[in-house]
Design a protein around this ligand. Structure first.
Ligand code: HEM
Length: 483
């Protein structure tokens, strides 16, 4: 008997660190644990409804679609292998209004794109005047938004990722110059040297977990240098960021939320101490650059015209850039190698023709996106694909589903290294488009080129398991042997 996931009448789905009360259902969802692979089996549609349906007569009914949506959020076995659920939602109701809360699920490329770029959608934790007060009945229904400001990780709450204009515009303008495609292209030689250093470690070991040996150390070194985190301090952030990033996941428990808060506070203390040190001993790094801007603003602000950056803003910005700079890129490397190891012909094509490296990285990003889920709140009534989404609704944009939308990608369920005309949605879209997209792409291209240069043979030692997180998709471990 599979374990039951209860979507309680007053129970919480924790999403992006805030409680959603799933008020309408009180229903029990039986996760579909599927065959031996751990892959969830396709849902059997109610008789006579068919499975393929794009037309209304074939459509799965709303209760089944709600169950698929709830399982995506709540069932670990589905979260670790969500693609069949994505397909069924996309084929049957691509902009699905869940019956269990003010939640919508967008699974088509064009609709996700529209939601992410819409002027009337905002980042969590946007709170609207009509939302219930903290502690009031139904307070948690304002998904991602709690008026008491309780947040698993205060750094996340005040970072670029969670801000709306004008604060977002002001902060992003300060940091974006450091991450333009041209600027990060200049880092290619330094990234190549760092890649060779970690590949030396892998060669020395001969076998081991690629995530430990390479996929974590490389991006943390790259972003640590850029941000200004001293080398001996970097290792501790792997577990701290992992714990804090849990707050981005739907379905987290109270314990995970508490652990995320502890990790967030620890990082906060560390970075406040670091900026105090950098103020006295500046370096050639992002923290020192932001401190210089702050000092200039203070000098100019005697007339009150300029609102200087606060230390809190600097800390939140730097933590986000540092954490986002390695957690996702670690998964680009791990997920990307998983793609090659499970598609040996494609690996051989890349080995034979390195000009394919940029297309290979795009295909890795598309096929196993390190970020699968993004979310927005409607701050006014909006229309998406002819559906009326009321103000206050939360919309999950399932980037991993959009990346496999057959309307945009030929043979979307197949990993094929080809130039595809549609850009991947893995870095989202609109004003929050990933600041580090160019950097991540260069790290990926350099890494896979050097890996294939260095080793004639790369073999899996054990079949890797996917983590059960949905927002950030990655492997538990990737045990390989190389020679
Ligand atoms: C493969 C690797 C990466 C993936 C898949 C990825 C994905 C994303 C996504 C989907 C967003 C948008 C979130 C939203 O709309 O709410 C985002 C934002 C962001 N990313 Fe990345 N990212 C990656 C690497 C990096 C790197 C290397 C950096 C380091 C500079 C970085 C820094 C950021 C920042 C600062 C934001 C917030 C931007 C804003 O809100 O204006 N990311 N990323």
């Amino acid at each position: 008997m599979p374990p039951k996931v209860r979507v309680a009448a007053n129970g919480a789905i924790m999403a992006t660190s805030f409680a959603v009360n799933v008020t309408a259902l009180g229903k029990t969802v039986e996760p579909n644990t599927g065959p031996e692979t751990g892959a969830p089996a396709a849902h059997t549609p109610p008789s006579g409804t068919g499975t393929s349906g794009t037309g209304t007569s074939d459509r799965l009914d709303d209760a089944t679609l709600d169950q698929l949506a709830a399982e995506l959020l709540l069932d670990p076995s589905v979260r670790s292998n969500p693609f069949d659920h994505y397909r069924q939602l996309r084929d049957n109701d691509p902009v699905h209004a869940a019956g269990f809360g003010p939640l919508w699920f967008a699974t088509r490329y064009d609709d996700c794109h529209t939601v992410l770029r819409h002027p009337d959608t905002a980042q969590p934790p946007t709170v609207l005047p009509e939302d219930p007060e903290p502690g009031a009945e139904g307070e948690g229904t304002s998904l991602f938004g709690r008026r008491d400001g309780r947040d698993a990780d205060p750094n996340v709450a005040k970072s670029l990722l969670r801000l709306n204009p004008p604060d977002h515009t002001r902060l992003r303008g300060l940091v974006s110059r450091g991450f333009t495609p041209r600027r990060v292209e200049q880092l290619r030689p330094a990234i190549a040297a760092m890649t060779d250093a970690v590949l030396n470690d892998l060669a020395g070991a001969g076998t081991g977990d690629l995530l430990d040996l390479v996929a974590f150390p490389l991006p943390v070194r790259v972003i640590g240098e850029l941000v200004g985190v001293p080398e001996p301090d970097r290792d501790q952030f792997r577990s701290l960021v992992r714990a804090a990033a849990t707050s981005l996941e739907p379905g987290i428990t109270d314990e995970q939320m508490a652990a995320a808060a502890v990790a967030g506070t620890e990082m906060n203390h560390y970075f406040h101490a670091l900026i105090a040190d950098k103020r006295v001993n500046p370096g050639d790094d992002l923290i020192s650059a932001l401190l210089a801007v702050q000092a200039e603003q203070h000098a100019e602000s005697s007339d009150g015209a300029v609102e200087p950056l606060t230390d809190y803003e600097i800390v939140a910005t730097v933590i986000l850039i540092f954490a986002a700079g390695f957690e996702t890129t670690t998964n680009l490397i791990g997920n990307g190698l998983w793609c090659l190891l499970h598609n040996r012909d494609e690996m051989q094509r890349l080995r034979n023709d390195r000009s394919l490296a940029p297309a290979a990285v795009e295909e890795m990003l598309r096929y196993q996106s390190p970020v699968q889920l993004d979310a927005r709140r409607a701050v006014a009534d909006i229309e998406v694909a002819g559906r009326h989404i009321p103000r206050g609704s939360w919309i999950f944009t399932l980037l991993g589903a959009a990346n496999r939308d057959p309307a945009r990608f030929d043979d979307p369920e197949v990993f094929r290294i080809v130039d595809r005309p549609t850009p991947v949605l893995s870095f989202a879209s609109g004003i929050h488009y990933c600041l580090g997209a160019s950097l991540a792409r260069i790290e990926g291209q350099v890494f896979f080129n050097h890996l294939l240069d260095r080793f004639d043979s790369i073999e899996l030692v054990a079949e890797p398991q996917w983590r059960t997180t949905l927002t950030l998709r990655g492997l538990e471990a990737l045990d390989v042997s190389v020679s």
